[in-house]
Write a protein that binds this ligand. Structure first.
Ligand code: MYA
Length: 538
C-alpha cells in the first residue's frame, strides 16, 4: 500500500490548489526585506531551490554558455522542470514563455549553485524568503563580527495574544499529550509524513512512547504542542513542538525552547505553512518570555551554528544490507562484512550495570561537569536527568531509553546511554531498529593528567564497545551517533561508518561564532579538534 493511499480522509483538494497565496498572506511579515518582496526576483530565487539531474544541469549550462535566452528551447525548459519538481510546482500556471525567459536570464553560477543537489544557494539570504525576516544569524555576516548576544531584543507587550488566522478550512489546535488518543494522532502524522532520507527509502518512525517521552520532559508546556487540523474532519495535518531547556552557549545560560517534530502532511507541502507554524510556536514561546530556541535540521537554513555528521555502526549487517541501508563494498563479501561487525557476547568493563534511581545524583554531577567542557550544552536539573536517562516505561516493548553506569568501589565513574528509534524501510515493508548514542560521561576527563585525551580515548572506546554489545543483545540492527561530544575519539576505532546525512544546529535569536562539529573541512572526523557540541537532539 502506498503512503498516500493510507490517507483515508480527503484533505479538501480544492483547498490545496489555491492555498499558497492565502497561506503566504497569513504569513506576511512586516519586517520582510525589500529584496525578498520583489516579484522580479521570485523566479531566480525559486530556481535556486531546485535539484537537478546531470542532464538538465548540462543543458542549462549549455544555454548559459551560449548566452542564454533565445537559445533555450521549450524542450529544454520542460526537461529542467521535469528534473526540478519544486521548480515545476512553483512555476505552475505561469506563462511558458515567461518561465523560458526567467530561466534564460539566470547566470551560469546561479544555474550551477541553484541546481546543485541539495537545493538553494546556501549563501544567498534573499533566497530564504521567510528566514531572511527572522532573528537568526545571516550568511552575509562575518563570523568574526559576531559577539554573543540576541539578534533582536523584544518586549512582551509586543507579542500578539492570539495566533495568526489560518487559511479557510484549517484550524489551530493545542494538542493534549496527556490524552493517549492525541499522542497517537501525532504518531500517525509523523509515521506517514516525517523525515525521510534523500532517496525516500527510509523514514523515521518515532513510537508513541517515544513521543510521550520526548515531549513531556519536566515543566513541559502544553501550549507548545501545536497542531493544525482540517476544520471539517478534525484530521491532524501539521504539527510543531517545543520543550523547555536551559542551554549553555559559551559563557551564557539561556532559557530556551527546544523545537522539534515540525511536520506537514505531504499533501500540504510547499504552501508556506511551515513559516506559519514556526511563527505560531515563536509567539507561544514569547508569551512565556522565552526569546531563544535551539533546533536542528538536515537542511541548510540561515545559519548553522554548527554542523555534525551522522555515523552508523552495523550490529546486524545482513539485515542492513537486505533493506538497502548498507552496501556490499566492492572488494568484500557478505561473510566478511558479517565478521567485520561481529561483537563479543559479554561486556568487558568491570562494574558496568544498569542505572538505578539511587545513581541519579552521581550521574547528574558527573554529566554536569562533563558537559561544562563543551561550548553548547544543556544544563539539566535532577528531574531532567531522571526523565531523560531513567527508564520509567513498564512495558518492555515501549522502552525508549537505556542507561548504564560503571561503579567502582561505590563510586560512579562513568555512564552511557542510548535511545531506541526505528526507521521504516519504505520499499521493504520492514523496520530498522536503531539505537542512538545519547549522553555519556567519564571521570577520566578530569584526571588532570597530561595524557588525559589519550586516556579518555581508551576509556570511551571501552565504554562504547560495551554499549554496542548491549545494543546488539537488545536486537538493535544499527548503532548511530553524531560527530558531537567526544565521539571523534572512538567512532573510527569502533567501526562506525560515515553516513550521507549532516545535522545542522541552529539558535533562534542568538548569535554566536561557529562551533566545531567534530568534522573537518573535508567532512571527515576531526579527532584533533573534536566538537564543541554537547547537546544531543532527538
Ligand atoms: S527538523 C524536521 C523537519 N521536518 C521534516 O523534515 C519532516 C518532513 N518535511 C515536512 O514536513 C515539510 O517539508 C517541512 C517544511 C515542515 C519541513 N526547519 O511550508 P513550506 C523552510 C525550518 O512551503 P514545506 C525540525 O523539526 C524553508 O526554508 N524551516 O515548506 C526542527 C522555507 O523558508 P524560506 C524549514 O516543505 C524545526 C519554508 O520553510 C525547514 O511544506 C525547526 C517553506 O515552507 C525546516 N526543517 O514544509 C523550525 N524546512 O522561504 C524552526 C523548510 O525562508 C524553529 N523550511 O527558505 C525556529 C524557532 C521557533 C521558536 C522560537 C522561540 C523563541
Amino acid at each position: 500500500m502506498s503512503e498516500e493511499s493510507k490517507i483515508t480522509e480527503p484533505i479538501t483538494e480544492d483547498v490545496h490548489t489555491d492555498t499558497e497565496e492565502v497561506v503566504e498572506e497569513a504569513n506576511a511579515d512586516t519586517t520582510q526585506t525589500g529584496a525578498s518582496k520583489k516579484k522580479k526576483k521570485k523566479g531566480g530565487k525559486k530556481v535556486k531551490k531546485a535539484a537537478a539531474s546531470n542532464d538538465a544541469e548540462s543543458e542549462a549550462l549549455e544555454a548559459a554558455e551560449t548566452g542564454g535566452s533565445s537559445d533555450m528551447g521549450s524542450g529544454m525548459v520542460q526537461k529542467i522542470l521535469k528534473n526540478n519538481p519544486s521548480l515545476a510546482a512553483e512555476t505552475q500556471g505561469m506563462d511558458p514563455k515567461k518561465i523560458q525567459e526567467m530561466l534564460s536570464r539566470l547566470k551560469l553560477e546561479d544555474l550551477l549553485t541553484g541546481m546543485a543537489p541539495g537545493g538553494k544557494n546556501q549563501k544567498d539570504m534573499a533566497s530564504y524568503k521567510f528566514w531572511a525576516t527572522q532573528p537568526v544569524s545571516r550568511f552575509d555576516e562575518p563570523e568574526s563580527q559576531k559577539p554573543d548576544g540576541p539578534v533582536r531584543v523584544q518586549k512582551l507587550e509586543d507579542v500578539p495574544t492570539t495566533g495568526a488566522e489560518l487559511v479557510d478550512g484549517f484550524e489551530w489546535d493545542t494538542m493534549d499529550l496527556n490524552d493517549e488518543k492525541q499522542i497517537n494522532e501525532v504518531y500517525e502524522l509523523l509515521t506517514n509524513h516525517y523525515v525521510e532520507d534523500n532517496d525516500a527509502m527510509f523514514r523515521f518512525n518515532y513510537s508513541a512512547s517515544f513521543i510521550n517521552w520526548a515531549l513531556k520532559s519536566p515543566d513541559w508546556v502544553p501550549s507548545w504542542h501545536v497542531g493544525v487540523r482540517v476544520a471539517a474532519t478534525k484530521k491532524l495535518v501539521a504539527f510543531i513542538s517545543g520543550i523547555p531547556v536551559t542551554l549553555k552557549v559559551r559563557d551564557n545560560d539561556l532559557k530556551c525552547s527546544e523545537i522539534n517534530f515540525l511536520c506537514i502532511h505531504k499533501k500540504l507541502r510547499a504552501k508556506r505553512l511551515a513559516p506559519v507554524l514556526i511563527k505560531e510556536i515563536t509567539r507561544r514561546c514569547n508569551l512565556l518570555e522565552i526569546w531563544n530556541a535551539i533546533y536542528t535540521a538536515g537542511v541548510v537554513l540561515p545559519k548553522p551554528i554548527s554542523t555534525c555528521r551522522y555515523y552508523h555502526r552495523s550490529l546486524d549487517w545482513l539485515k542492513l544490507y537486505d533493506v538497502g541501508f548498507s552496501p556490499l563494498p566492492a572488494k568484500s563479501t557478505k561473510a566478511r562484512q558479517v565478521s567485520k561487525y561481529s561483537l563479543p557476547t559479554n561486556t568487558a568493563m568491570p562494574g558496568l550495570r544498569e542505572m538505578e534511581l539511587k545513581d541519579l545524583d552521581a550521574v547528574h554531577g558527573l554529566l554536569e561537569r562533563y558537559l561544562a567542557r563543551f561550548d553548547l550544552a544543556p544544563k539539566f536539573d535532577k528531574a531532567e536527568i531522571k526523565h531523560w536517562l531513567f527508564n520509567e516505561e513498564s512495558k518492555p516493548e515501549d522502552r525508549v531509553i537505556w542507561c548504564y553506569v560503571v561503579e567502582t568501589d561505590g563510586k560512579i565513574t562513568d555512564f552511557f546511554s542510548f535511545y531506541s528509534l526505528e526507521s521504516t524501510a519504505l520499499k521493504k515493508n520492514t523496520t530498522i531498529r536503531a539505537a542512538y548514542l545519547f549522553y555519556y560521561a567519564s571521570e577520566t576527563a578530569f584526571s588532570g593528567s597530561p595524557d588525559m585525551k589519550k586516556e579518555l580515548k581508551v576509556r570511551l572506546n571501552a565504554l562504547v564497545n560495551d554499549a554496542l554489545i548491549l545494543a546488539k543483545r537488545l536486537n538493535f540492527h544499527v548503532f548511530n551517533a553524531l560527530s558531537l561530544l567526544d565521539n571523534s575519539l572512538f567512532l573510527t576505532e569502533q567501526k562506525f561508518g560515515p553516513g550521507d546525512g549532516s545535522l545542522h544546529y541552529y539558535l533562534f535569536n542568538w548569535k554566536t561564532p561557529f562551533i566545531k562539529g567534530g568534522i573537518d573541512e573535508k567532512n571527515n572526523i576531526d579527532e584533533e579538534n573534536g566538537s564543541g557540541i554537547g547537546m544531543v537532539m532527538l
